[in-house]
Design a protein around this ligand. Structure first.
Ligand code: PMP
Length: 400
């Protein structure tokens, strides 16, 4: 049996429950804001590493705009380029041979750089359509339409896209928000594709093959958890596209912080040394991805237990896949819980808000409001909080 929730946010959902004969009162809670994917979950690992990841930058270091003037991406620090190639070789998640690396201020900037590179010089009067299959990452429409560009325009769900003319499809795999693995859905000659592999790392999914596409975006934020460094990178096959992406970053920010690149290179080295069991930090770090998988796995187990037999909320089930990195049959462990409200509850975001849990509702992702995305990358305290609230929701109806 479900319950129909009011769409009036002033109505306290708990009082509705009590009107339905369930538990009369629930102790007041602090609000749990789990709308963003701020990756605090891996912080304890890096704190434990202490000085092993420390970088020292003197007052006279890293002062120039330039890093490697002979390279297409002239502001890429060679150490970071090497570390990125090594990381992909160690994990096996992407082909880096014969690719240009373009570094960006997060992959958010690289996404914009790729849009610019794929649509200039403008060949048509109409802006190029940009699509992604729903539910899509909520930032895509925001970023694409932010400046009302005459170069490109957001056209929404790739599955229902039927306009003629050039288009760009964004493929996010594993997908934020729902954790599904994705491929292109629009199969037409005039299309270009941007692959967003923010979550194609072993802690979230099985690495089934080395991705090999023309434009692939990765981010340090979701790989290691260092979102604050704002480092992303693109692996780009075509030199002219890499040049144009570099040009975009030159115009918008004249390069990317060298301090951040220096730190990212160090952390990637520590990860690779740990995975390959070489170097002075390996014994201390161990295999970061194995550590991170264990954490994500425990979180998913707790989440599934908390939602077992829930009358109100359900979760996707994901298939297991053979992972080339771990050599095992691995469960998918997405960074977000994509919760679906069961029959009778129309707005899942509002439903959770009634329990002081703030997620991001389905509409922001081009999906039905019966879905809500809740981040599982938060710190332990917030994660334990969400589990408590989910148990509380279950308990209320069961009258426990
Ligand atoms: N793509 C996806 C699918 C994401 O979830 C995120 C972060 N939320 C990004 C790109 C952007 O990552 P950043 O700008 O931190 O590199």
């Amino acid at each position: 049996m479900g319950c129909t929730m009011s769409s009036d946010p002033s109505v306290d959902k708990r009082s509705l429950f009590s009107a339905n004969g369930a538990r009369a009162s629930v102790s007041p809670n602090s609000v749990l804001a789990l709308t963003t994917g701020d990756p605090r979950v891996f912080e304890p690992f890096w704190r434990k590493m202490g000085d092993a990841c420390k970088v020292v930058i003197g007052g006279g270091d890293l002062m120039s705009y330039f890093s490697d003037v002979g390279n297409v991406c002239w502001f890429l620090e060679p150490e970071l380029g090497d570390a990125i190639r090594r990381l992909h070789r160690v994990v096996g998640n992407a082909v880096t041979e014969d690719r240009h690396i373009v570094v960006g201020t997060g992959s958010t900037q690289l996404f914009q750089a790729a849009l610019y590179a794929l649509t200039t010089p403008a060949a048509a009067v109409e802006p190029v359509s940009v699509v992604s299959s729903a539910p899509y990452y909520s930032s895509y429409p925001e970023v694409v339409d932010c400046l009302r560009s005459s170069l490109y325009k957001w056209e929404g769900d790739a599955c229902t896209f039927n306009k003629d003319g050039p288009y760009i499809e964004v493929v996010n795999s594993p997908n934020n928000p729902d954790g599904t693995l994705r491929e292109t859905v629009v199969k037409r000659g005039q299309g270009k594709v941007i692959y967003d592999f923010a979550y194609y790392w072993p802690q979230y999914t099985a690495i089934t093959s080395a991705a090999d596409h023309d434009i692939m975006l990765f981010t340090f934020s979701k790989c290691t958890g260092h979102a604050g460094s704002r480092i992303g990178w693109a692996l780009v096959k075509d030199k002219d596209i890499a040049k144009k992406m570099t040009q975009y970053i030159t115009i918008t920010s004249i390069g990317v912080s060298k301090e951040s690149q220096f730190r990212a290179a160090k952390i990637m080295k520590v990860i690779c040394d740990g995975c390959q069991n070489v170097g002075s930090t390996a014994a201390k770090s161990g295999n970061f991805f194995e550590y991170a998988r264990v954490i994500m796995s425990k979180r998913w187990q707790k989440l599934r237990e908390a939602l077992q037999h829930s009358e109100y909320l359900s979760l996707f089930k994901y298939p297991r896949e053979r992972c080339l990195f771990t050599g095992e049959l691995n469960e998918r462990l997405p960074a977000f819980a994509w919760l679906e409200c069961k029959e009778g509850i129309k707005d899942c975001e509002e439903f959770l808000r009634g329990f002081d849990v703030v997620g991001r509702g389905g509409k922001a992702f081009g999906a039905d409001p019966k879905f809500v995305r809740v981040s599982l990358l938060c710190g332990d305290e917030d994660f334990n909080g969400i589990i408590e609230r989910l148990l509380e929701i279950k308990g209320i109806r069961n009258g426990n």
